[in-house]
Design a protein around this ligand. Structure first.
Ligand code: FES
Length: 125
């Protein structure tokens, strides 16, 4: 899916907006959650690193469940709408440097292409 901007749209408020799922579910929940995979610490690390490397025109936000739990810890970057799995601080560093700062991609961390509809069909919901 490609974002389409209308001529009347104001310019984006942030150059890049990063959403880090920090959703927590009870232990043993069949969907699991990003929080149990360390996403809160990774979000905190991402915020601190973004500031440390001078990314003033981007925003790192916490998010509730982004509905890609099985691939988490989930990170979603707009305006591109690119999804990553960030498991380690090294992953976060690479995403910040390559994508958020320089507009590239970190291919090894991209989530697999799968629509929400396909996922729901697969798990029968
Ligand atoms: S719990 Fe993180 S995407 Fe669902």
């Amino acid at each position: 899916m490609t974002a389409v901007r209308a001529p009347i749209d104001p310019p984006p408020y942030f150059r890049r907006h990063v959403f880090c799922c920090t959703n927590q579910r009870p232990a043993g929940h069949p969907l699991g959650c990003c929080a149990e995979k360390g996403s809160v610490k990774l979000r905190d690390y991402m915020k601190a690193r973004a500031k440390a490397i001078g990314l003033k025109d981007v925003r790192i936000n916490s998010a509730g469940c982004l509905d890609r739990c099985e691939h988490g810890p989930s990170v979603l970057i707009y305006p591109e709408g690119i999804w990553y799995t960030a498991r380690t601080e090294a992953d976060v560093d690479e995403i910040l440097e390559a994508h958020v700062k320089n507009g590239g991609r970190v291919e090894r961390l991209l989530m697999p292409a799968e629509t929400a509809l396909a996922k729901r069909k697969k798990i029968n919901i």
